[in-house]
Ligand binder design. Structure first.
Ligand code: IDC
Length: 508
């Protein structure tokens, strides 16, 4: 298991589940039994999959901050690095629970055991900030008081006087020693109880946005989509065709995935926006922060009354099964976040390619990911096929079960012509062109506007929805914008490339 995945699993078992059960290694005769049981019953703690709590394992900085933050009701902030606990660590730093140098928010020390004086400070700052104790009493009662760093005097003295911490049998606090999971639970529970008791844990509700205006052909007009036969339909059972732009890779061109960029394409009449989140090539799998760019773009599209595709953009990583675990976690999170929102479509694998097959790779992958999304959403799911999402004929021989599934077909006018249109007709599947370009298949060359026009006519005739590659100003002919285009105040005609001019005309 990769380290980051391991951390997420640890975090999940330590923090998330709200079920109540006994741990095999937490017994009534243990001094920490009540504390651990209370926190578990209120949903703040869980143990490991094997039914243990491992009370004497050392607690890390990340774990202590996470549990303390949750129990004290701190709201998670946007993360700045890939660590599972970073959102809470950032929030805790901002609220002054600790200082930058104590746990640098860059993440390198998050997995180290935390020492007792820092843990005490964090817990006291979270629950009983401003409490003061009696210096003389504590400095004479605690045998190893001299071990304590001066910056922790206030917190430790107050904690001792409030009964949040006690010395060991020899009267020592051991301020620079680590602390166990059980000890951490105890001090968090004591501080929480002094503050007024433990409230049941309520997981944070993610607010998803609402349209700020209504648009012709938009989500407020068409509502929730479904598939009937080969056709995408609106809420009233009328055929609907979505047309819009795909971003380029969000990790490269986030500047064209901003609210203003999205709004500018909607102002030209587009009712669809595709958010292409590369998994490889420096994308999500090596830089999960790009998910925040995606969420912002999806939220922007919703505000602009557009339909929006969340695209797991596999490309250089051609076999979707390779990162199926990460995809499952990602689509769980996205479908939990957007589940009921009628605007969102899920594209689970941009372009499978390489030495793979529909039956051996793409279908099994889809059968793994679709249920993950269906747990939260019955929205439209777009599924690719081998050979860069052109092998519709293979998918047609052994299609997926279930409702509201469409098969993507990707074309580039300089490379793909009649034969691919014929394949779309012949396959008999519901087809969605979630990516096409006016260029050749490498994203450059041409542009091939005559052939592009044939495709547009064909898609209009067939009622096929589409997103064009791509909304960016890269120096390649498929890019819709000219170099240096500034979309903060809309997109002017003079900022559109030859391709962009052609494509943007098709939105109306
Ligand atoms: C291209 C980009 C290009 C980038 C390349 C590799 O236009 O700038 O260097 O990817 O990342 C696809 C893919 C899409 C490709 C596009 C054009 O889905 O990511 O973008 N294309 O080659 N399939 C067929 C063509």
């Amino acid at each position: 298991m990769k380290k980051s995945v391991f951390c997420i699993v640890v975090a999940a078992v330590l923090l998330m589940c709200a079920c109540t059960y006994g741990f095999s290694d937490v017994q009534q005769e243990h001094w920490f039994y009540d504390n651990v049981t209370d926190m578990t019953n209120q949903g703040y703690l869980n143990g490991y999959e094997d039914g243990t709590f491992r009370p004497s394992d050392l607690i890390t900085k990340a774990e202590l901050v996470s549990v303390t933050g949750r129990v004290s009701g701190l709201q998670v902030e946007n993360g700045q690095n890939n660590h599972w606990a970073d959102g809470m660590v950032q929030a805790a730093l901002k609220s002054g629970l600790f200082d930058w140098d104590e746990i640098p928010p860059t993440g390198e020390t998050y997995n180290e055991p935390i020492n007792r004086q820092l843990a005490i400070k964090i817990v006291m700052q979270a629950f009983l900030p401003g409490k003061r104790g009696d210096y003389n009493r504590v400095s004479s009662a605690v045998q190893d008081f001299a071990e304590l760093d001066g910056r922790y005097y206030d917190s430790v003295i107050a904690a001792y006087c409030e009964g949040v911490v006690q010395g060991d049998n020899n009267g020592n606090l051991n301020p620079k020693e680590p602390l166990s999971r059980a000890e951490a639970c105890a001090i968090i529970m004591r501080a929480a109880n002094i503050k007024g008791g433990l409230q049941p844990y309520v997981p944070p509700v993610v607010e998803t946005p609402q349209p700020v205006q209504t648009r012709k052909g938009g989500v407020s007009e068409n509502g929730k989509l479904h598939v009937e036969g080969k056709q995408l339909m609106n809420e009233r059972g009328e055929a609907v065709q979505l047309r819009g732009m795909s971003t380029h890779g969000l990790h490269w061109f986030s500047n064209f995935a901003t609210e203003n960029a999205v709004k500018a394409t909607a102002d030209y009449g587009a009712n669809l926006f595709r958010c292409a989140m590369y998994t490889g090539e420096g994308g999500y799998l090596s830089n999960s922060a790009v998910k925040d760019t995606l969420i912002n773009a999806v939220d922007s599209a919703i505000r602009q009354d557009m339909y929006v595709i969340i695209d797991w953009h596999i490309l250089s990583d051609g076999d979707p099964l390779t990162s199926a675990d990460a995809a499952a976690a990602f689509f769980t999170e996205m479908s939990q976040r957007y589940g009921d929102n009628p605007a969102v479509l899920y594209e689970i694998c941009n372009e499978p390619n390489g030495n793979i097959t529909w039956n051996g790779n793409v279908k099994p992958y889809a059968e793994r990911i679709i249920p993950v999304i269906r747990a939260n959403s019955d929205g439209i799911i777009l599924v690719g096929s081998p050979t860069w999402s052109q092998d519709l004929h293979e998918a047609a021989k052994n299609p997926l079960g279930g409702a509201n599934i469409m098969y993507t077909c990707h074309f580039y006018a300089g490379t793909h012509t009649d034969w691919l249109r014929q394949r779309i007709v012949d396959c008999g599947l519901p087809v969605f062109v979630s990516e096409w370009g006016t260029s050749a298949a490498d994203g450059n060359g041409g542009v091939y506007l005559e052939e592009a026009q044939r495709w547009i006519d064909f898609m209009n005739e067939q009622g096929i929805s589409w997103a064009n590659w791509s909304l960016c100003d890269k120096n390649e002919s498929s890019a819709a914008l000219l170099g240096g285009a500034n979309v903060s105040d809309g997109i002017s005609e003079s900022e559109l490339s030859e391709s962009g001019k052609f494509v943007f005309r098709q939105f109306r």
